[in-house]
Design a protein around this ligand. Structure first.
Ligand code: FAD
Length: 268
């Protein structure tokens, strides 16, 4: 058993920021990275809304956060956690590779995009297909886009895109798309409609179902109290895994800092 004072599950902006705060408070945290090292930002090229950085890329932001955390003494483990159970005054984490325990654990496991799986999606992902309105709408101002999704979220997405100056050619349910077609390596046509971009507004999948007894809402997001406390003593949550509304790197980083400060304040 790998015994620690504080463990972070997740290597996205929430986990890395929490690591920086915990390390500076002398906690020597262990950060367990998971299968998606660096989290969702590793899958995007253009980022222009992380304060202070201007135009950059997701991997560049993560590299700089990770280098910072490493310099301050955060330890990293490549493992995927399969369960977290409270035993006495510690939480025991079973991973695919090892077992860990700590009195305090931060869950920063994010929420993955539910992709359509349609032909062309993988090829044009990030080359015209986006799953993040707040991240990418501004890049498509004055250009033709479609919304892929249905219900209230598709209506809200259309409004947001139009307010951002995009020309919304159509809103399509995933079963109306057929395939994503491209030209010259970029998305060019969705459901027979010529476009420059497609915004996927399908539901997200919070990575939270591996913890028995954890309070979650109907969509799987962790229910937090006082921003970062879960119903399991010693288990905190931060970032997209507990953020049903606004999922952004800066929000996740802020949550990570908040959670770390709460962990520091509540440590015995
Ligand atoms: C294509 C795309 C573009 C985006 N563009 C922007 C942008 O321009 N600006 C912006 O602010 N935001 C952007 N976002 C949103 C941003 O990436 C997220 O809000 C942010 O990454 C959330 O951070 P997080 O730390 O909560 O989770 P994530 O980044 O999702 O990280 C989750 C981490 O948890 C780990 N994990 C999950 N389950 C386990 C487990 N069982 N055991 C161990 N580890 C586990 C994963 O490996 C991963 O490291 C974008 C998202 C996407 C998908």
């Amino acid at each position: 058993m790998n015994e620690q004072r504080a463990i972070i599950i997740g290597s996205g902006p929430a986990g890395l920021t929490a690591g920086i705060y915990l390390a500076r408070a002398g906690f020597k945290p262990l950060l367990i990275e998971g299968m998606e090292q660096g989290g969702q930002l590793m899958t995007t090229t253009h980022v222009d809304n992380f304060p202070g950085l201007g135009k950059t890329t997701g991997p560049a932001i993560i590299k700089s956060m990770r280098d910072h955390a490493e310099r301050l003494g955060v330890a990293f483990a490549m493992d995927q956690i399969e369960s977290v159970v409270r035993e006495g005054d510690r939480l025991v984490l079973k991973g695919m590779i090892d077992e860990y325990s700590a009195p305090q654990v931060l869950l920063a496991t994010g929420a993955s995009v539910r992709k359509t799986g349609l032909p062309g999606e993988a090829q044009y992902w990030g080359r015209g297909i986006s799953a993040c309105l707040h991240c990418d709408a501004a890049f498509y101002a004055g250009r033709r886009v479609v919304v892929v999704g249905d219900g209230q979220s598709a209506i809200a997405a259309k409004t947001y895109l139009e307010r951002s100056g995009c020309i919304v050619a159509a809103t399509l349910r995933p079963d109306q798309v057929g395939e994503f077609r491209g030209e010259g390596g970029k998305l060019a046509e969705v459901g027979g409609i010529k476009v420059d971009g497609a915004f996927l507004v399908t539901a997200r999948i919070p990575q939270t179902d591996f913890i028995p007894g954890l309070e979650r809402d109907e969509n799987g997001y962790v229910v937090t109290h006082e921003r970062v406390l879960t119903n399991i003593p010693g288990l905190f949550a931060a970032g997209d895994c507990c953020q049903p509304h606004f999922r952004q790197a800066v929000i996740a980083a802020g949550d990570g800092a908040y959670a770390a400060m709460a962990m520091i304040g509540m440590a015995r």
